[in-house]
Design a protein around this ligand. Sequence first.
Ligand code: SF4
Length: 890
Amino acid sequence: MNAPASKPTTASQTHTTCPYCGVGCGVTVQHTGQQVLPVSGSLSHPANSGRLCVKGSALHETLNHDGRLVFPQLNGKHASWDDALNIIADKIQQVIHTHGPQAVAFYGAGQMLTEDYYVANKLMKGFIGSANIDTNSRLCMASAVVAHKRAFGSDTVPGCYEDLELADLLIFTGSNAAWAHPVLYQRIAAAKQQRPDMKIVVIDPRRTATCDIADLHLAIRPGTDAVLFNALLVYLADSGQLDEDFIARHTDGFDAALEQARSDCQSLLQSADTMDVDAATLLQFFQWFAHTPRTVTLFSQGINQSASGSDKGNAIINVHLATGRIGKPGATPFSITGQPNAMGGREVGGLANQLAAHMDFSGSERDLVRRFWNAPKLAERPGLKAVDLFQACARGEIKFLWIMSTNPLVSMPDADAVKAAMAQCELVVVSDCMADTDTTRVAQVLLPAASWGEKNGTVTNSERRISRQRGFLPPPGEARPDWWAICEVAKRLGFAEAFAYQHPADIFDEHARLSAFENNGQRDFDLSGLTGLSRYEYDALKPVQWPVNDQYPHGRARFFDDGRFYTDNQRAKFITVAAQLPRPRSGGDLLMNTGRVRDHWHTMTRTGKAPRLAQHRSEPYAVFHPADAAARRIHAGQLVHIRNERGTLLLRASLSNEQRRGEIFVPMHWTSQFASNARMGTLINNDCDPFSGQPEFKITAVQASPCTTRWQGMILSRQPLHPLPCTYWAAGVTEQGWFYLIAGDNDAADFVKDIQPQLPDGQWQALSDPAQQHERRVLLLAGKLECVMMLHRKERFLDRQWLQERFADEQISAADRMSLLAGRPAVHVDTGNMVCSCFQVGSKQIEHALHAGHSTVAALGQQLRCGTNCGSCIPEIKALLQQARCEVAL
Ligand code: SF4
């Protein structure tokens, strides 16, 4: 039942795969029993060749069992697995009997392993008989899937990571890869360093860290990407830069696509005006594109998370088809996924509108899957996509909902409405590795899931590379892999024969056999070369790009190099794209964009456990252009309300000229476990792409106003503190406990009085000035620091690094006690904002070294080690260098 650890290459070494982003880096783990040493990048993994970003290199810090869900729960009480599984199966049966299979739904995640995903999809679509299984990948890359299928006849990523290094022109559009896909970005940065003639263009309303290596940044008006690529298509036609031969021999629909593009983009000047960019810069980009055969366009959530994301994807693919730049080394459109196994989900039909093995609900493919599974009740039609699924819950149409490995009350648009919708279900089951999330709080049944390092299976990264994720630790308590729980429910529903798997290898084998079943080269997804693997061969499986078959026994790097597509006539399709201009709903005079920060992942259930990842961005924030902030009397570091008719967030203001006027940026990660009021999904509306069902996360109308509180402050405590009786709080872990940034409208002394009962008895030291709302408290237990509270009228934070070091002291010295009460160290050691999380180097340390003459990234690296491990912080180091040079120039 528990997946055994794979056969290690040495007694204490396991090669596995990072569970975070779609780059899919190989990770090598050294371990002795339960003890895990710092992880390293696998030198032999083709995705990363030994590199890891800061999130990957902190993986070993996230393996503790704090907060884990370790046994099944029914309405908050410990239950046996048998009871929980029986209740689930009984309820599914009763709902099907009373309301039909369409009243049952599953909601999964790109975090699930392919084997978990496969059995969930098989149970729902094949045996329950409804296709109501969707996933948080709907929020990530569903638009790219539609764009691929419309253009190529299949959901095929045509290229590979090597193409990004081989390109002479690399375009990032809607992608802050420096933060979201750091290792791939570092590979590209290294290629650029080796070949300085390689051109990099970033298309993004924000000037992000990715622009650090850009030759050109087009800060377009949000949502005008299709205008840009349509205008480029017109330019290519008018300047005679089309690949007429490729268009004639391998495509359909060019004339109609061009005609529509011409009507959208009547002149370069008009297009530049629509996009709010300089026409000369736009022309420069068009000329580079026209004259660079080796061009890659890498696109991500900035394209996909849009009410017209599918069309934007096709506008990108159109310019590649028009120039024949597809399937060639260094020439391809390239969609990169956010999640580690979004691609695996696509392969098994994890989306409600797909069947397994890249098949659809069309007559012949449905029949094929039905026969292969021997599933006479196979769903006849596509199911509900994520937003529709939760709206059906709200209408009372879904009676049973099983959520796996995801936290929709944080990540879904209109997240508070999702909460209300789930309350309408008769039974909500959540499988999770963490006990307390926004979503587990509203479920009646909780199933403890095995987590990274404990579970065993495969994932597929953004270049179609299948890698093994191997377990090396036993799951805590009664936690089990998701595939096991799904199969146990299936058996109780009477489908024992179809779900008699003993090991993930058995599931993978069936998955591979289905991909090969009656394929004969007709479908892109073909793992016929991986069928019949023994358990040992499965355990030893090396990373390989699909397809794996007779023609490509070692995998295939590129598709479509033969000019053969998977459409009816084997020709690619130009899609006629009428560029939609963004139409944000009313709600305010600022447009809110959302996205990732460098050191966190999704809803922080894992990265929130690593102290060093909590330092780069310690609290939820909103970035404003300085002029927008000034117009609203908002200053840097102040708390601000961000609101519209759906809700209100309370965030810390940050000011940056890298933000366009009229727009703000808010990160996506903070949950109710980490901040008082920062779930950005509560403000997002339900507008979706009509083809993909992917919601618009990049353009939400909001208002902003300053939030004035009577006091602000911070707490460091060995114990977690909850609740915090104040207006604002944001929490993070430290090596010895927790830190909290807080603010309140009550009396500071009352806050202290209310919080003290949560702390153990000990020796308190206090300094108080009620007139100034100054309250300082130091709690010592046997001479050791237990808690420090600092409350002041204005934002004034004691240097956290110094404070954390005091928590490591066995005894607090008399001098340090005085410093703690005084609110400042005797020797001022403020290290500034965290820049290099790997080596804990702050901005002030870097500035100090700069002034001492270490004025290059390399020299700073030599002096402080910053930027010398994963390299994720190099853009920020360069920004500090740039700032220092400007100051000198002034
Ligand atoms: S880039 Fe970082 S987060 Fe993404 S897979 Fe690699 S190590 Fe993990």
